[in-house]
Each structure stands twice: as structure tokens, then as C-alpha cells.
Design a protein around this ligand. Structure first.
Ligand SMILES: O=C(O)[C@H](O)[C@@H](O)[C@H](O)[C@H](O)COP(=O)(O)O
Length: 256
């Protein structure tokens, strides 16, 4: 099996969410069986409201040994604990309240009211990643990383033409002028994202069709940051039909 990027097309975003949820549950059960542990990294936005919510509501999730699953964040907004703009706030409601993941397995990035500067918070998360890494690695090789994509082609909090795109000697960095509010954020960098075994990119809506087409056609990472993500084993784009408008036919692995 090659690590070619694959695009799986679904009729609409509800079907997209249900399909990713079913695949996620199956894969996580296999990973826990094989490794005794699974590390996942999640994004905010529709990844949480569509996919994680579908997992939380699925009966099949009861077959997962969640005590062996660790949850990390791909990015987080620099706002106080409990703020509606924090990615974990929505994910708590969508997902964490519905699955039996022990609190010690949930690894949020620090909120802005924890007494740290944003850069201290970035360093703290790097330390937590490092402490959880297998022997030779710097960070957990996430078994599945769930990414969203903005209409400008950003993913995580890696934005077009931003300096964070070029950082390779840090695992977590701050963003101070995000074009997508809130302005201040923490984000994983490409080296950590691309150390993931599987990168699953979730996007729906016609407003994302052009950046998806550009990313898959090889546009520069500066122009379309989501084009810079690559799992070690798998890179799959899960999209709905309208977002697939500009996808090269040869990359479409399956339509519903
Ligand atoms: O913190 C964030 O804002 C997200 O992590 C961000 O990268 C998101 O995934 C994209 O903006 C897509 O968001 P939607 O899927 O909601 O369009």
C-alpha cells in the first residue's frame, strides 16, 4: 500500500462525519489491540462538531477501550479556561463527555489564564509531548491526527505565508496575528503533525473546493498550508461532494 494521498467523497457533511467516525472507531480498536495504546491529535471546528460528535453518539464507541486512548490537541486558541472559543470547550461537549477517556489521558494545551505566557505554554506542551514519546522519538507518533482546513487553505493554526510554516526545530509554537479569530493561538508544527502515522483531513463545503484542488495539485505550502501535511503511513482527505469539485479524478479513491 502506497502512502499516496487519497480522497474519499461523501454525499454531504453528515455522511462525511458518520463515515469518518466509523473508520476512526475501527482503526482505534485495531491500534489499541496491536500497541496497547493509541494517541490521537484533534483540531477544533467541524472536526469536533462533525466527527468527534458522531463518534460520541455512536454505539460502536462502546467497543473502544478508551482507557488506552490519549487525546492531544493540534492547536488551541489563547483564551481563558472555559471560553467558548477554546477548542477543548466544544470537544468536551461533543466528545469527551460521551466516551470513557480517563482525565489523565486528556492533554489540553494551557489556557491564557493559567499563569503562563503564550510561549511558556508552548514550551510546556512540548515538554508534555516529549514525556509521552516512545524511546527514540521527540513526541508521540500520533496514530490518527484529525485536521480541518480553512477556506484560505490553513490547517491547524498554520496560515498561508506565515513564518510558523517554516519552523522545523520546534514542536509547538505561538501565533499572534491569526487571520482567523481569536488572533492568538498555539499550534503544532509540521514536523510533529507529519510524524503522525495517519493524517486524516476533514473538509466540507464549496468554499473549500479550490484550496483542496490546489493542495492536491501541488500548490506551494506557503500558498496552501494543508498541502504540507503527510502521514507516515496514510494521508486521507475525507470530503463532501461539493468540496470535491476541483479534486483531480485520479486521486478520488472512492465516492459514496
Ligand atoms: O482552531 C482552529 O480554528 C482549527 O483548528 C482550525 O484549523 C480549523 O480546523 C479550520 O479553521 C477549519 O475549521 P472548520 O472545519 O470549522 O471550517
Amino acid at each position: 500500500m502506497t502512502n499516496e494521498r487519497r480522497v474519499l467523497v461523501h454525499p454531504d457533511k453528515q455522511a462525511l462525519g458518520a463515515s469518518v467516525a466509523a473508520r476512526f472507531i475501527t482503526k482505534i480498536i485495531d491500534v489499541v489491540d496491536e500497541q496497547g495504546r493509541a494517541d490521537i491529535a484533534i483540531s477544533g471546528g467541524s472536526v469536533s462538531t462533525l466527527v468527534l460528535a458522531a463518534i460520541g453518539q455512536s454505539q460502536a464507541q462502546e467497543s473502544v477501550d478508551w482507557s488506552k486512548v490519549h487525546v492531544w490537541w493540534v492547536d488551541e486558541r489563547w483564551v481563558p479556561e472555559g471560553d467558548a472559543d477554546r477548542n477543548i470547550t466544544g470537544t468536551q461537549t461533543d466528545f469527551l463527555e460521551h466516551v470513557a477517556i480517563p482525565a489523565e489521558n486528556v492533554h489540553p494545551m494551557a489556557p491564557s489564564d493559567a499563569g503562563l505566557t503564550i510561549d511558556e505554554a508552548a514550551t510546556q506542551y512540548e515538554r508534555e509531548l516529549h514525556d509521552a514519546a516512545p524511546d527514540s522519538a521527540d513526541a508521540p507518533r500520533f496514530d490518527i491526527t484529525l485536521l480541518g482546513v480553512g477556506p484560505d487553505g490553513h490547517t491547524a493554526s498554520l496560515f498561508p505565508e506565515f513564518p510558523q510554516l517554516r519552523i522545523t526545530d520546534r514542536m509547538v509554537v505561538s501565533v499572534d496575528d491569526s487571520p482567523k479569530p481569536p488572533a492568538q493561538r498555539l499550534t503544532l508544527t509540521y514536523p510533529v503533525i507529519n510524524a503522525s502515522q495517519r493524517v486524516w483531513v476533514i473538509l466540507s463545503g464549496a468554499e473549500k473546493a479550490s484550496v483542496l484542488g490546489l493542495a492536491l495539485a501541488g500548490a506551494s505550502v506557503d500558498e496552501v498550508p494543508v498541502g504540507g501535511v503527510q502521514g507516515r503511513k496514510r494521508t486521507v482527505f475525507f470530503v463532501d461532494q461539493v468540496a470535491a469539485r476541483d479534486v483531480p479524478e485520479n486521486l478520488i479513491a472512492s465516492t459514496y
